[in-house]
Design a protein around this ligand. Structure first.
Ligand SMILES: [Zn+2]
Length: 128
């Protein structure tokens, strides 16, 4: 590993809820939803994103990333898993809007502390 990841996610015992939806939603609303996946490390989060991009790559027209520092547009064949890992490790969420030939797809990876979501705490603690 040549990149040092931020340790904020360890200090705050974060885990992430991954959501895939055809409709947009707020982070507050998503807290009431069952996640499509529970991710316990930034690596797992980046892998989940990569999996979704691969899964829909044949239909993808463009991908719009929404990070706290701005919006970035990527072509279908371009992705940067290191950037996703870094954002997640820093305790940030990663959101993407994938425009596909069959409609828009929203990807959300939301960080949760054990206080915000006690359900997965034991698993999260176990992997740290
Ligand atoms: Zn949780």
């Amino acid at each position: 590993m040549s990149h040092d990841l931020p340790t904020r996610w360890v200090e705050h015992e974060l885990h992430w809820h991954a959501h895939r939806s055809e409709r947009s939603s707020s982070a507050k609303l998503r807290r009431t939803y069952d996640p499509d996946a529970v991710l316990l490390t930034p690596q797992a989060g980046a892998e989940w994103i990569a999996e979704q991009l691969t899964r829909y790559s044949a239909e993808t027209i463009a991908i719009e990333w929404r990070t706290p520092w701005g919006v970035a547009l990527d072509g279908p064949g371009v992705r940067d898993a290191a950037r996703d890992r870094h954002a997640l490790a820093a305790g940030l969420s990663v959101d993407a809007l994938i425009a596909t030939t069959t409609g828009d797809l929203h990807l959300h990876i939301d960080p949760h502390t054990p206080e915000q979501c006690p359900h997965h705490k034991s698993q999260a603690t176990f992997t740290v």
